[in-house]
Design a binder for this molecule. Sequence first.
Ligand code: MOS
Length: 734
Amino acid sequence: MNPIIGQALDRADGPAKVTGAAQYAGDFTASGMAYAVLVQSTVAKGMITGVVQEAAQRAPGVLHIMTHLNAPRLPQGGKAAFEPPAGRMLSLLQDGVIDYNGQPIAVVVADTFQHALAGAAQLRFSYEQQPAALDFTAAKRSAYAPKKAGKEDADVAWGDAGAGMGRATERIDHVYATPMQTHNAMEPHATLAVWQGDQLTIYDSTQGIAGARKTMAKTLGLDPSQVRVISPFVGGGFGSKGSVWSHVVLAAMAARTLRRPVKLALARTQMFGPVGGRPRTEQHVALGAGGDARLTAVRHDVVSHTSVMEDFVEPSATQTRMLYATDNAATTHRLVKLNVGVPTFQRAPGEATGTFALESAMDELSYALNIDPIELRLRNYAEKEPHEGKPFSSKSLRECYRIGAERFGWSRRPRQAGTLREGNELVGWGMATATYPANRMPASASAKILADGTAVVRSATQDIGTGTYTVMAQVAAEALGLPMERVRFELGDSSMPDAPVSGGSMTVASVSPAVQAACLDARAKLIEAAIAPGAPLAGATRDDVTTGDGWLALRSDPSRRVSFARAVGGRGAIEGKGEAKPGKEREQFSMHSFGAVFVEARVDRDLGRIRIPRVLGVYGVGRRLNAKTARSQLIGGIVWGIGMALMEETSLDPASGRVVNASLADYHVPVNADIGDIEVVFVDEDDPHVNPLGAKGIGEIGITGVGAAVANAAFHATRKRVRDLPLTLDKFLV
Ligand code: MOS
């Protein structure tokens, strides 16, 4: 029988999504529900000195206006938090302090959404304004070292980078910059808060229901058992929904005060500020190489901005600590504080921006050495993790380069830049390395085989558009021995067995081993039932029983078989439980996905307009559990990489700190017309160390390397090196 795992199956939740049956957070209703609108500050720093609310109070349908003057006092006081950066410093109307333009300062609740909007428009605030820190360059003078950069130390060094640089015969030394960016998931954030006595249920668009439950409980002074979080469908998260933001708590506060359910949905414009985004980075990269093109030293010093409220670090130097072999390296992260919303994880936080700098610098070094960019990378190939010397659990990067070069036609690429032309277009080919860590966290699941011969498998995980419903059903069906259509996988309810946040590309790696364990447990119990005295397979040994396609049968005598339904019999259901967590292998091995991205860029000689007719990405990501959803993930990542390379930039008004392009009309993301051919190729990998399923994670690696590959292709076309994203046409006009 064909294995179910790995097949290119359609999404289990596809029909529900295209017919509108899938309920997203904003689709839920509750009886007596009121509608809340979030009101935001219009200054970047200062104090609220007055609130004029009479007109708003008299506006039709307005039920409640919550400001810092009347908001319920929270046990944590001030700004509640739960272990930043997983939890955030929130704006919960506990005082009149303004830290950024766009900060939540009030919630207006009415009987209809329209009434709430109209009421909110009547609300007036006066402020005592203070000078705000809005200029990154100026703020750099007070840059400081954060405690950590992601999970790693802010500063990591080995060998002697200064001495290594001194020995180099070629040096590259430049600053690369990436702008502030904003997630633009199709589904904006939304929360419906429902209280029943002291029990709170929230329907929320979140990447982490377990984390949301903990944060809500801690912030509101409740026991976690008093909070239930429901989130069956999420229309994209990308890190923005990886932590609880102010509006979620504010909805619960308003609902408690009003004693009725309150729904608070953010408008698209409100996604730019109060729910995170990617911080600006300025990355100083210095590479030294000898005549053999080996790296004698690598330096990567990162400065990124955070909010005045909390330290969030974009850990852009982390890949520089593991990607290339060198005896001498020094990497640092520094922060500058600005009066902006707290930045957060945004798809491949660290690697998305960091590979732009490192892989651009490697390209520059290849020209300085007059060596092919792939050859340069092969000369510096890390056979083991270069800092601690650990072996990689699996690494097929060499294969990725080789297959990519072959399929892209790399051998036809002229070494010299600025030599390919077609009509009025300058044509260039560039490449870069992609990488992202293979993360994993503890998870649990349950599996119930029902008397009708179907199974229901549950875990409190999320499907943020990635395919969790589908992939987990595949894992479950195969472990149980049932056809796919007889397995229902349920997720998105914090009352189910615990699972981690769907971030860090680790849902499949974490949850599928738990699902498999739960199903194997249920299957073992089913077999016990089937071989018990008087049961259909009585007298057989456990090991003699196989399962497949909904049947239990004896290996020794396949004619003796019984259906799952009959084996469950009068018991009603047979239930198994499973837990899975990472172990010592995490200390023994360095675990990462790798890939190679190849890009063709075409730049209009007169207009500077840049287009990307084709991209090829070749990846080693361990085992793919669903060939179709895996490919879709990588394509999505590459598309975003093109957006990051060519378009995306959140622009602040330097005077007011207001985001001036806070809409999809003004903040450009790629549309179909911007995207040419994208080809994704996988290198088969068997990684026995990462987790029992061997899947290394695919949610984030797709965006990595793309920015550099585009910039490198653009240089190859034009001989113009652009070191600050995005690569807008003005940067190619001379
Ligand atoms: Mo991802 S940025 O860890 O959701």
